[in-house]
Write a protein that binds this ligand. Structure first.
Ligand code: ITT
Length: 211
């Protein structure tokens, strides 16, 4: 079975391929699949936004393949307790789309400079949506997307550290490692991450659904 992953984020796609690398299925990017969905992410939760992305991409992929296709999307972000859960579902647009993550991370650390250790809790959240597109049928007949959601708990660090990962990883401290999620290896991150757990849960769901 083919999987089309509806993301324009190259870093996510790299992690998705690492996490699902043992699958015999082919994982295509939107570009490789020749679809270019970019819907407005106007849902009020990670789950809704993941479903919006997967559904929009499934509509464009309708009729392109002779076999069944699974169209998946990931909506994810960082919730910081001391900022009332911000940036949350607005993580990609937070502090401006064109602001670099180095700059965004510095601004967040500055905002939290007087916040004591015990109040620096944060988590990464990932919702994955999957639409099973049966061969020869329109997306409208595909049914509701399957959804999984997982988190990775941690704290906001006091300093930027690490060059692995992407986005907010250099300020996300994993207390059990004493390192940020940008300092641990890709394999270590994928084993415990919001994205790793949500994608593995989705594989189980799909296995049951397609059995
Ligand atoms: P697509 O919608 O095309 O998939 P996007 O980057 O716009 O790409 P989101 O709307 O899901 O994706 O935004 C997620 C943002 O949350 C992402 O750009 C990062 O800033 C942050 N984020 C999510 N997962 C992360 C991770 O594992 N490490 C660091 N930052 C992460």
């Amino acid at each position: 079975m083919k999987i089309i992953f509806a993301t324009g984020n190259e870093n996510k796609l790299r992690e998705i391929r690492e996490i699902m690398g043992d699958l015999t299925e082919e994982i295509l990017s939107m570009k490789e699949a020749g679809v270019a969905a970019d819907p407005e992410e106007n849902g009020s939760s990670f789950e809704e936004n993941a479903a919006i992305k997967a559904t929009a991409c499934a509509e464009l992929a309708t009729g392109k393949y002779a076999e069944d296709v699974v169209v998946m999307a990931d909506d994810s972000g960082l919730e910081i307790d001391a900022l009332g859960g911000e940036p949350g579902i607005y993580s990609a647009r937070y502090l401006g789309h064109d602001t670099s993550y180095d700059e965004k991370n510095r601004i967040i650390l500055e905002r939290l400079k007087d916040v004591p250790e015990e109040d620096r809790g944060a988590r990464f959240v990932c919702a994955v949506a999957a639409v099973v597109l049966p061969a020869g049928k329109p997306a409208a007949e595909a049914g509701e997307p399957l959804i999984t959601r997982e988190t990775m708990e941690g704290r906001i660090a006091h300093e930027i550290a690490g060059a692995n990962g992407f986005g907010y990883d250099p300020i996300f401290l994993l207390p059990e490692y004493g390192r940020t999620s940008a300092e641990i290896s890709p394999d270590e991150k994928n084993a415990i991450s919001h994205r790793g757990k949500a994608l593995r849960a989705m594989r189980e769901k799909l296995r049951e659904e397609l059995a």
